[in-house]
Design a binder for this molecule. Structure first.
Ligand SMILES: [Zn+2]
Length: 277
């Protein structure tokens, strides 16, 4: 799961059109009507050939890492407009640009209507829509318990274990809201640790990033032209699983990389510019 750029916004006429779509939902009298309408009308608007959603997808693509990778798993191609706040539960956010990310079907499908909050009245963790419930009900008020990659950095909540497991480990103190939020997001909703192919893909990405940095460093020492080096950097930035690269940088900066991978740590010392890639 990767934090997305904040300064990418569709043209004003697209935002205005989204607002027009949204107003059609907001004008309905009951939550149930608004929820049903959001579900129905979104699928009819979100189609190839709809100019608004064609434009939305262009902007969501600009936000993606690598070759249009999914914001959540960073592995598969992103091809579904995903609502961070599910549209059934939050029909008032169905056509809000800030509520969209580009995700893959493998992540978007199981996420579906899962959402949780910390209740405003008592602070308790609360599943907004318990599983098995057929109809969405109006959510209670509270702060989101799902990490939002449009406004938050997922790596403030977890660290990726680069030493052996390539699983995400919650860094917040047990029992705190941040710990609940990280566990709910990474493990319960997105299953980023127990989908084995993702764990394996992160392990492979580590090797790929390391060999690309090694190749770049060798070529730099050989004195190859800057434009060729720039190209190597560009290629590295197109790799899937950018979180793995970010963690390689963070481990080096924190001084913990040398104890688990001295060769990689040395590469960052020889090419410190790589800490800004
Ligand atoms: Zn995905």
């Amino acid at each position: 799961m990767i934090q997305l750029a904040k300064n990418i916004i569709p043209a004003k006429e697209i935002i205005d059109k989204l607002k027009e779509y949204q107003d059609q939902i907001d004008s309905l009298a009951t939550f149930q009507l608004r929820s049903d309408k959001a579900k129905n009308v979104f699928s009819t608007r979100n189609r190839i050939g709809n100019k608004v959603f064609d434009a939305v997808k262009v902007k969501l693509t600009e936000m993606c890492s690598g070759a249009r990778r999914c914001v959540y798993c960073e592995d598969s191609v992103a091809d579904e407009v995903e609502h961070i706040h599910p549209k059934d539960l939050y029909p008032n956010l169905c056509f809000h640009w800030d509520n969209y990310v580009y995700a893959c079907g493998n992540c978007n499908g199981p996420k579906n209507n899962k959402f949780a909050i910390f209740r405003k009245d008592n602070g308790n963790f609360h599943n907004v829509n318990p599983q098995g419930k057929m109809k969405a009900t109006e959510p209670l008020e509270g702060n989101d318990a799902l990490i939002n990659p449009r406004i938050e950095d997922p790596l403030d909540f977890c660290i990726l274990d680069l030493s052996s497991t390539f699983k995400f480990v919650v860094v917040a103190k047990g029992g705190t809201d941040d710990a609940f939020k990280a566990d709910y997001t990474y493990n319960e909703v997105l299953r980023l640790n127990d989908r084995e192919f993702l764990r394996k893909a992160r392990e492979n990405a580590y090797t790929n990033y390391k060999s690309r940095l090694g190749y770049y460093t060798t070529k730099k020492v050989e004195g190859v032209a800057q434009d060729k080096l720039d190209n190597l950097v560009l290629n590295l930035k197109q790799e899937a699983h950018p979180t793995v690269w970010k963690e390689m940088q963070r481990y080096h900066s924190k001084g913990i990389l040398k104890s688990i991978d001295k060769d990689l740590d040395d590469l960052f010392i020889k090419s410190p510019e790589a800490l800004n890639w």
